[in-house]
Write a protein that binds this ligand. Structure first.
Ligand code: FES
Length: 81
């Protein structure tokens, strides 16, 4: 089971965390990945200084622009399940 986590701390919220969560939920639904991905959110992941919304995929950390959430899911997340 792949753990996918989006930061919902205030800095990431301002950078569009809500949109990232919405997009990821939609992608999990579309691709029927409920059994393969454990989707979570987290309070501040201590990376506020970096650009973009903080996201962890398994042990990897990424910070992504909210508008690239769909592409990120397709290229990085979907490739790991
Ligand atoms: S609010 Fe997301 S890393 Fe701090």
């Amino acid at each position: 089971m792949l753990e996918l986590c989006v930061c919902i701390g205030s800095s990431c919220h301002i950078k569009g965390a809500y949109n990232v969560i919405q997009t990821f939920q939609q992608m999990i639904e579309e691709k029927d990945l409920h059994e393969k991905i454990r989707f979570k959110s987290s309070f501040c992941m201590k990376q506020c200084h970096k650009p973009g919304v903080e996201v962890s995929v398994g042990n990897e950390r990424h910070h992504i622009p909210a508008e690239e959430a769909r592409e990120f899911f397709n290229t990085v997340v979907a490739g790991k399940v």
